[in-house]
Design a binder for this molecule. Sequence first.
Ligand code: Q46
Ligand code: ZN
Ligand code: ZN
Length: 325
Amino acid sequence: MNTSRCNTCGEKAVIFMRQHRLPLCKTHYLEWFIEQSERAIKKYGMFTHHDKILVAVSGGKDSLSLWDVLWRLGYQADGLYINLGIDGEDHYSLQSKNYTVSFAAERNLNLHIFDVAAETGKNIIQLYKQSQRRKGRPCSVCGVVKRHIMNETTRNYQYNVLATGHNLDDEAAVLFSNTLSWSVEYLARQFPVLEEEEGFARKVKPFCRFYERESAAYALLRGINYIEEECPFSDNSTSLYYKRLLNQLEDAQPGTKIRFFSNFIEARKKGALFQAPESEKVVLNPCPVCGQPTGSSGKCYYCRITAPTVVENNDDFPPDVMSFG
Ligand code: Q46
Ligand code: ZN
Ligand code: ZN
């Protein structure tokens, strides 16, 4: 097989996807990427052209590519950018916001901007310091805050569904982590679609079958300007470590990641795998402050960490391993 020539037209290939044994030129890669996105949306019944979709956008390649693809496919997709206020040397939040705002303006798309510091009085680092979880990185607090805001915005503005740009590398790393610890409750919830339930909006991940390099190639070839730097706190994270391990396996055996994830999803679809026992299911109550569902008997964790006083109890702190972070 000539891997340097496009499989469709014979022109010079710009990408070779080893797991599919598929070389493609720029034109046919962009077409292939959009077709595959549409296929995943239909395969899992994610949404239709009648639905109002909210895309969580971070300014990175995955979420902006997702928004671009949905826009090109004619879906009604608005964006939500959450300004976390992470402004170290690289001005990460400022830069990522600028990329997102320019992207939306160029395409005349609607963008909601939620500014954490303006809304709660503190940026994500300050909320983290106040939360008593001062060791390590602010990611667990950040995950709670982002999930809360995404859910609230989806519901308050009556979007039918929240779409996130998680790719196969993200999903495989989460699956790997949850499998290593046999976190049955989280394994039972990992799927490309999470249906609406008890105050939680419907969530979908249309890019869950794309390798990270595929969404990066799409953004690059499409000419999307995105923030290339990762959040400064993502360095040395466990998820990055698992991604590196999975990449080593993938190098040795192309297709490992897609098989690992797809075979799990197929088994989940048959309903045979990882049903969390009824006795272990978390009972959810509405938070007395914001009304969102919480496993706690009082205020939800978001309301406690965004309150001006220090959090007293971290017993029900959600772990990092949840799919939507
Ligand atoms: S934004 Fe937030 Fe991530 Fe940065 S602080 Fe951690 S969780 S790494 S996706
Ligand atoms: Zn071609
Ligand atoms: Zn609350």
